[in-house]
Design a protein around this ligand. Structure first.
Ligand SMILES: Cc1cc2nc3c(=O)[nH]c(=O)nc-3n(C[C@H](O)[C@H](O)[C@H](O)COP(=O)(O)O)c2cc1C
Length: 195
């Protein structure tokens, strides 16, 4: 499944949770049953799959971190925009904030590596939420180049939080998928032109 269709398929329920009041699980679980929150950003779906599993299996409430203005569908445009934002130190506005952060003492924080670091929207999330005194457990997906400076960025942006060791996972990279599709097309096109 391509990253784009995966995003559409699993993005809709998350968006509905967000619209329903940010923490979808709170609607189905009695208040106060969990003091654990899974907060995540995911553009193409890899991190969202892990967040969903944590939400179900811990269990924990779920919050999707999203910029108020979504990133472009196009991968290359997103890479270019993210690079500009990183260089400028830009923090995008958030679509929503966690309304009841004080209800949680543990936050699993999920995101993909962007430009060898944490995406700007994660830095915006940390700037907008006081995680002092809370336990933060990062879970990170990347395209094969590792965590970069993301963990030191998190520590700097949430100085009062107690960080547990991060868990990270290499996941499908949209660029790799696109390059494979380009190879298919390069082979298929001459055949299509000369059947
Ligand atoms: C703007 C952008 C920048 C990226 N930069 C890196 C990088 O520096 N290192 C890396 O290993 N992967 C990089 N990736 C790949 C993603 O980290 C990887 O595909 C991740 O699993 C995507 O997670 P998501 O599907 O939850 O959005 C980048 C992807 C994007 C869109």
């Amino acid at each position: 499944m391509s990253a784009v269709s995966r995003r559409a398929a699993i993005g809709a329920p998350a968006a509905m949770m967000l619209a329903a009041g940010a923490c979808g699980a709170q609607a189905t679980r009695p208040a106060g049953e969990t003091r654990t929150l899974v907060a995540y950003f995911s553009r193409s779906g890899n991190t969202r799959v892990i967040a969903g599993q944590l939400h179900r299996e811990l269990p924990a409430d779920l919050f999707e971190i999203a910029p108020a203005r979504p990133y472009p569908e196009d991968y290359e445009q997103t890479v270019a925009q993210a690079g500009r934002e990183r260089e400028a130190g830009f923090r995008p506005q958030l679509a929503a904030r966690v309304p009841n952060l004080s209800a949680y003492d543990t936050v699993w924080l999920g995101f993909p590596i962007w430009g060898q670091s944490a995406p700007p929207v994660i830095r915006a999330f940390l700037a907008a939420h006081d995680l002092s005194g809370k336990t933060v457990r990062p879970f990170v997906t990347h395209g094969g180049y590792g965590l970069g400076d993301s963990l030191s960025v998190l520590r700097a942006d949430a100085p009062g939080a107690r960080f547990e060791p991060a868990v990270s996972m290499e996941a499908d990279q949209e660029r790799r998928t696109m390059n494979q599709v380009r190879e298919w097309l390069a082979k298929a096109r001459p055949r299509a032109a000369n059947p």
